[in-house]
Design a protein around this ligand. Structure first.
Ligand code: PBG
Length: 327
């Protein structure tokens, strides 16, 4: 009788053996929780297409961030939903706008114990839902938008945010934000650049969460899902412009991009497991078709394995609790 010369199964025989040879380890500190805060509401509201995710009130946001810090996650990414939107997104720049107020609330609550990040983009604040300023012909004006981002960045830094996340995919945005922050004296405010951001249908539920009124799409500024090399160019530009961390978004359908970026740069690489990725799993699990917790952890391990050191995920706190139970 002949035997297999090599038996890979030996290293899978027990849980202890599998744990010992595991190639990818997740740690709660690498997880970042996106959170939504809505102006003028007393009680948090459910986001229908994202079961378990809330539009927070100022008060419930503070509690959610304190809880996230307690769970040991690395950071939170804040998104604001203003009571009134206008064509130029004034609420994003106003020091008393909801996002800037929320940054102050949160930093007062948790200090430096968890990294506080904010989305730096106009789309949550504009009545037309675009990430930038729109010309009369409907096109998005890159350079006029840059000036707005610069003011927004300074307002967020003044509110005490640790990391700003320019996510509008305007050319030159990282350089403009870096310069504005430096000139205003915020030299340590860190930039997490949404460097490779695709024009993805996976953002659908997010647009419910921020009550986006976008009519049309973002294909003149976000990337074509068919492209990989274009992402490498975007990432190289953002690093050259001063990005401290670069991000690929979405995550699961773009693991090849995460891997390529990881091999190209020496700054930390983040990936954003976006609203649609979350909603698909939650919906299937609610129907009893898949095991939610196992799929959650499997996706996070896959994103980590592909090369993302940091992961933005709506499951950050759940996953952190899962990981702690395993330690
Ligand atoms: C732009 C922004 C978006 C998301 C994060 N930042 C929306 C978009 O680009 O259309 C989507 C995140 C998600 O889907 O979870 N401010």
């Amino acid at each position: 009788m002949s035997f297999p010369n090599v038996r890979p199964r030996r290293l899978r025989t027990t849980a202890a053996m599998r744990r010992m040879v595991s190639e990818t380890r997740l740690h709660p500190a690498e997880l970042i929780l996106p959170l939504f805060v809505k102006e003028g509401i007393a009680e948090p509201r459910a986001v229908e297409s994202m079961p378990g995710v809330l539009q927070h009130s100022r008060e419930s946001l503070r509690k959610a961030v304190a809880e996230a810090a307690q769970a040991g996650i690395g950071g939170v990414m804040l998104f604001g939903i203003p009571a009134e939107k206008d064509a130029v997104g004034s609420g994003g720049i106003d020091p008393n706008g909801i996002l800037n107020v929320a940054i102050r609330d949160v930093v007062a609550e948790v200090g430096d114990s968890v990294v506080v990040m904010s989305d730096l983009c106009l789309d949550e604040f504009t009545s037309h839902g675009h990430c930038g300023l729109v010309r009369p012909d409907g096109s998005v004006d890159n350079d006029a938008t840059l000036a707005a981002y610069a003011r927004m960045a300074v307002a967020q830094a003044a509110a005490g945010v640790h990391v700003v996340g320019p996510s509008g995919m305007m050319d030159g945005q990282v350089a403009v934000v870096r310069r504005a922050l430096d000139e205003a004296g915020y030299r340590d405010t860190t930039i997490l650049a949404y460097a490779a951001k695709y024009a993805s249908a996976f953002y659908g539920p997010f647009r419910d969460a921020v009550e986006s009124s976008l009519d049309g799409d973002r294909r003149t500024y976000q990337q074509d899902p068919a492209n990989l090399r274009e992402s490498l160019r975007e990432v190289a530009l953002d690093v050259a412009e001063g990005a401290d961390i670069v991000m690929v978004k979405p995550a699961l359908a773009y693991l090849d991009v995460i891997s390529a970026v990881r091999h190209m740069v020496d700054v930390p690489v983040a990936a954003y497991q976006v609203s649609g990725e979350y909603a698909m799993v939650e919906a299937a699990a609610a129907n009893g078709w898949i095991d939610r917790d196992r799929v959650m952890m499997e996706t996070l391990h896959s994103i980590r394995r592909a090369g993302a050191q940091l992961i933005l995920t709506y499951w950050a706190v759940d996953a952190a609790r899962h990981l702690r139970a395993d330690f």
